[in-house]
Design a protein around this ligand. Sequence first.
Ligand SMILES: [Zn+2]
Length: 362
Amino acid sequence: MIPSPRPPLGRLRAAALAAGFFALTLLGAPHASLGGDARIEPPIMVVDLHVDLPWQVHFKGRSPDLTEGHARLAALKDGGYGGIVFPIYLPDKTHKDGAHIEDADAVLATIEKIIAHNPAFLPLGSAFAEPGRISTFLAIEGAGAFAADVSQIDRFIDHGLRLVSPAHGKNSPLSSSATGERVDFGLTAVGKEFCERVYAKGALVDVSHVSDAAFADIVIIAARHGAPIVATHSNARAVAKMPRNLTDDQLRIIAATGGVAGVNFHAPFVTGGADATLDDVVKQVEHLVKIAGIEHVAVGSDFDGGITPPVGLEDASTFPALAAALIRRGMSHDDVLRIFSQNALRVLGWRPIAPAAPVETR
Ligand SMILES: [Zn+2]
């Protein structure tokens, strides 16, 4: 189904945030070198919808100094990062019975530690942008733990949570997964309650990782709240036949709701095979743009999420090479800017429509 009209963009806070970003993004634009360069310099600003740094620091022992990995600080700077979404990823195997809500609190504390430790990052949810610093946004990847008490999501949203996915690689108590054992159901009853609550409180459900049936259930709930459908890190299934990727019909729904699909750099999701190159990512972007439109494609690299990055896009520093390749293929600087940051900022700034005033019947 195609839901109703595109919702209005976010409200005051989002507008302030976006205005700051637009001013910043204009700074570099007029002098960007567009020749046969392998990289566009200065970089076009990136707002990446999915970077698994918190997982590395919280679960894998990486130093919060961020001197290593795909998303080390120096690479973020060279790549032109102006914003980054930090997911609280809750691995299904955290405990015998899955992850617990307290695990989300513990990862959030790690995210706060990473941000406090590195002046390059602005605090979570800062409603302003600053040249040379990176805005940070909070997400949850695999929120099955919250089935135990959906009201616990409120305090995370109050803390700045913008995006939450109801399942990861396996079916969760909230939702079936695209890669779950059984995908003939979508959201569970508590999953529907959870998604209603997320939208009503002003955050967005992330459809990356959920099954096609859950995607369809989420679309119905999102429409009631005038919310865009967002897949933070999912590619086109027509180009790479993986259940984690989006069908063309799903891409059209994302576009109709004002949402975005964030291009994922994991090689199997890019090509369907073991390897990928920068040119393969360009093909994904071109297909996403062809089906969803230029305003509905973003980036969700999945850097530091255990991915196999494409040749030519080895880490966060390589975004200017992707920009150069897209521009060589005929895309304008402004179009690349939309894909790299503006479309993501639009959905990150979403707030629910105020409920209509009760109608006087007599
Ligand atoms: Zn993921």
